[in-house]
Write a protein that binds this ligand. Sequence first.
Ligand SMILES: C[S@@+](CC[C@H](N)C(=O)[O-])C[C@H]1O[C@@H](n2cnc3c(N)ncnc32)[C@H](O)[C@@H]1O
Length: 229
Amino acid sequence: MTTPADTLLPAVLLRIPTVYRPQEDTRLLAAALAEASMPAGARVLDLCTGTGALALCAARLGAESVAAVDISRRACGCARLNARVHRLPVDAHRGGLEKALDLAPFDVVVSNPPYVPCGRATEGMRSRRWDAGPDGRFFMDPLCERGAELLRPGGFMLIVQSEFTGEDQTLRQLRAGGLKAAVVARSRIPFGPVLRRRASYLCDQGLCQSDCTSEELVVIRADKPSRPR
Ligand SMILES: C[S@@+](CC[C@H](N)C(=O)[O-])C[C@H]1O[C@@H](n2cnc3c(N)ncnc32)[C@H](O)[C@@H]1O
């Protein structure tokens, strides 16, 4: 079945092995971005871009320029190729949060970062796409703490995460950084292969019941006031 978000994301995306395949979290964030009424001519950051799916979506929604940042060389290569194929104003940059801060400020930031809790160290390139430390906040904590520095006054950020990654913690950290934060979208989806393998760990951590077979994805919006509060 085609959803409105499917029409926002390019139907054809080049993807090489180990680069994240856009999924439900990508689609939920794309839909939230479309709903958010991005200002015309916005300067946008897609942090943790993977194939560049959300960067391309932002460009299609009218962004003047989009910076697509990812730690993975392969992901940056894919994002660059996809931007060229679709002739959209997206520039790929290899790096993490520090690279994004170098490129700041932005009118709009979107991020679908790694957020899955995992009990052991991440295992190379494959798991780096989603694994985010014991509480799933390896990337989320610094992003929330420094999110305000990425934004221009009046700008906003949209982040997607799982219910297992601490929604309240994300809201608290963003607010502590001077942003106005709220949940703007939710979607419950069945566990995919990664969470099926991770279910007993989540259960041991008290994050879900032993019979749990689905997770709620959450999109959080954080706005930077036009004038300092
Ligand atoms: C869940 S995927 C999302 C990809 C894409 N935004 C999407 O929705 O289809 C997370 C991405 O974050 C990247 N990543 C992991 N750690 C990172 C870091 N420290 N800094 C920047 N990107 C990172 C991974 O390479 C991966 O492409």
